[in-house]
Design a protein around this ligand. Structure first.
Ligand code: ATP
Length: 689
């Protein structure tokens, strides 16, 4: 049992330190490895997804006392397992499921309990997957990613907690807002002027603060994040928004068909979470359209500059045209006043009236255009200076005053709403994490379910005898496979076989391209999937579990002495008492036919003596049988001739107790019929007649 990271052989000192740094502690790192958290492990520096998977598998193997290679004893067997896994992963909707699929592997017979447990779990998921509509589900499912918990937000600088004691100060520093320590109430007012929103201890309740500062009196030592910095609480939801909302949709769809799915999460929690997350945008802000007043304020702020510019332009045009038409008549004693040097006041009076008219109209336009509230209209008083000036311009400081007021109003109103939402959502953080985790884990099972649905797989029945039998078996790597019925050893499918019906060691003979290799591959797929606790590609299947699985592929051509020696050494692994299945494809090409037949018969005898199961594809069945006294059954896949398109007519189902000929003459016949003018093919064909 692994108790420390150091118990995993692959983890040296350097990797150990990296793990601690990445996961924040040995316990967390170990948990992550044993839980198979591939995504988090592969985020580590120097770690790829592949190495993370093999590390997890190694750790698990150590923990469970069994690893992949305990069952998959040859490279060809392992490659078949990898091909199957790659095929299944292709059905995953999330990267999480894609990598998690790699953690399933075939267990040897001694882990029967585990296999049966997996069969039950996966069987349940497949039944559920069968009820779900993938078109409805897949879009949402692929939007779910593991929850990111490491969420930070920048300090909110225009909001402060004003502490009056050291303890309050220390408590306040836990929140991402400015923190100030004051020694007396008057100082608090001065400090508060630098912020648009302050939180002050209840001990200072009753002091008057300037009107333009929002003040909240709180118990600083007991306050919660949602109260002073709701943005921090909401940032978790904002950062994981896509995943959470997609997971909620998946949850709802599953629950429609399977009301008990993940019963620990109550419907009302999901609905509250859905409501809360529907209010936030990706940057922890409030979504538009939720509050009319905020939307109005934002719109006023956004249109202010343009509205002012248009009003200025209009005012200047009106003012210009009024001035153009103006004249001042100086009559009678006014002439004397004018000589006095007071002509200016006469002109000013005339111009001021027009200036006042034009600016008043401009303010009216601005206020109407923007739909301003009475409080906002008050800020317009500072827009135009009392002194007549030309061209007419809005006083920038006046406009700034209104803008600041608008921004403060937006912030203060938003804070109320953000707080309400953060308060509600802060209680649902765990719910959100669980929902996402459950949906990701669901995708792992659903991936297997989709794979099973696509290939019409069925759960095999496991019996205690030595044998494997199937009806309607379809090789998952063939495009349009013809279903195969076959039985090796004891099974309920061997009733009609006649002699040697329980034989566990078989020679499979037959025509070239008849489907011998495909049959071995099918058996390999079935044996691997069944030992993983997965459904298998057969309408019906019954099998006894084995401890080891050997698959030897076809060798390419005669071997040199070294390669031959190492192949024989590979085969020596099948000696021994452990129950096993051995598949071997045309072993004869390792050396010349006579010697090959002797070697194969020796291997088959070894297998038979040790109660092993084996299917050996060979064109040397007759010679092999001559060299052995064991009860070896010979089955055959036979070609019956050529069809009108000169394709082989083959019955893909092996015939029991039947030595099928290789029928190379059919291939020669095909060549001769396709190339009617060729003397050469005709001459060869005659040799067979
Ligand atoms: N059950 C089947 N259903 C449909 N097609 C099949 C089936 N079995 C085999 N085939 C087709 O026949 C082709 C040849 O099959 P396979 O390689 O298994 O034959 P073989 O008997 O091992 O041939 P050889 O003796 O030349 O190695 C396959 O690629 C596939 O296209």
């Amino acid at each position: 049992m692994i108790k420390s990271l150091r118990d995993i052989p692959r983890i040296g000192e350097k990797t150990f330190r990296r793990f601690i740094e990445h996961f924040g502690g040995e316990k967390q790192a170990l948990e992550s490895i044993l839980n198979g958290d591939i995504a988090a492990i592969s985020e580590m520096e120097g770690m790829t997804e592949k190495s993370a998977i093999s590390l997890v598998l190694e750790a698990r193997a150590q923990n469970e006392g069994v690893g992949i290679r305990d069952f998959l004893k040859t490279d060809v067997a392992y490659e078949m397992y990898e091909r199957i896994n790659a095929l299944i992963s292709g059905f995953a909707h999330t990267d999480y499921a894609k990598s998690k699929i790699n953690l399933y592997f075939p267990y040897p017979a001694r882990k029967k309990d585990m296999i049966i447990k997996l069969q039950k779990e996966i069987g349940g998921i497949i039944r559920m997957a069968g009820k779900l509509d993938d078109n409805e589900l897949s879009g949402f499912l692929s939007g779910v990613r593991p929850i990111k918990t490491n969420v930070t937000i920048p300090v909110i600088r225009d909001r402060a907690i004003i502490a009056t004691t050291q303890e309050e100060f220390e408590a306040a520093r836990n929140f991402p807002v400015s923190v100030q320590l004051v020694s007396e109430p008057g100082e608090a007012i001065d400090v508060a002027r630098g912020y648009s929103h302050v939180f002050i201890g209840t001990s200072l309740a009753g002091i008057d603060f300037p009107e333009d500062i929002d003040v909240d009196f709180i118990d600083i030592k007991r306050t919660e994040t949602w109260q002073v910095a709701p943005e921090k609480e909401l940032a978790f939801f904002a950062k994981n928004l896509g995943s959470i909302t997609s997971a909620i949709s998946v949850f709802r769809i599953i629950r429609k068909h399977e009301p008990d799915f993940c019963a620990k999460i109550k419907d009302d929690e999901i609905e509250r979470l859905a409501l809360g997350t529907s209010k936030i945008s990706g940057d922890s802000d409030l979504k538009g359209g939720l509050d009319n007043e905020i939307d109005r304020l934002i719109s006023v702020y956004g249109r202010l500059n343009d509205t002012i510019a248009a009003a200025e332009k209009k005012a200047n045009a009106e003012f210009g045209s009024l001035i153009e038409k103006s004249s001042v008549t100086v009559k009678g004693f006014d002439l004397l006043t004018a000589i006095d040097g007071s002509a200016n006041s006469l002109f000013e009076k005339e111009i001021r009236e027009k200036y006042n008219t034009v600016t008043a109209s401009a303010l009216c336009t601005i206020s109407n255009e923007l739909g301003m509230s009475p409080k906002e209209v008050q800020y317009l008083d500072n827009f135009f200076s009392d002194e007549v000036s030309h061209p007419i311009r809005v006083n920038p400081r006046g406009a700034e005053g209104l803008k600041n007021h608008l921004l403060r109003s937006i912030a203060s109103r938003k804070l109320v709403l953000l707080r309400e939402n953060a308060r509600e959502l802060s209680k649902l953080k765990e719910t959100a994490s669980v929902i996402v985790r459950e949906v990701l884990d669901f995708d792992v099972g659903y991936t297997i379910g989709c794979f099973a649905r696509k290939f019409s797989l069925g759960m095999p029945a496991i019996h205690d005898k030595s044998g494997i039998g199937l009806a309607g078996g379809t090789n998952i790597f063939l495009e349009s496979p013809v279903p195969i019925d076959y039985s090796v050893g004891a099974s309920r499918f061997n009733a009609g076989i006649g002699k040697l019906k329980d034989a566990c060691v078989i020679l499979l003979s037959g025509v070239n391209s008849g489907g011998k290799t495909s049959t071995l591959d099918l058996l390999a797929q079935i044996i691997i999937l069944a030992h993983m606790g997965f459904p298998v590609p057969a309408k019906q299947c019954e099998l006894g579990l084995v401890e080891e699985f050997f698959y030897f592929g076809k060798s390419r051509g005669t071997m040199d002495a070294g390669a031959f020696e190492s192949t024989i050494r590979d085969f020596s692994a099948i000696a021994g008492k452990k129950n096993k299945l051995v598949l071997a494809d045309e072993l004869e090409s390792i050396t010349e036919p006579g010697a090959s037949a002797k070697i194969i018969s020796g291997i088959l005898e070894e297998l038979d003596d040790n109660n092993g199961m084996g299917v050996f594809v060979s064109h040397l069945a007759e010679s092999i049988l001559k060299d052995t006294t064991c009860d070896i059954r010979v089955d055959g896949i036979e070609a019956k001739g050529l069809d009108e398109h000169l394709n082989l007519i083959v019955d893909r189902n092996p015939r029991y107790n039947y030595l099928a000929r290789s029928t190379p003459e059919l291939i020669v016949e095909r060549l001769a019929r396709k190339n009617k003018d060729s003397e050469f093919y005709n001459r060869l064909l005659k040799k067979f007649k």
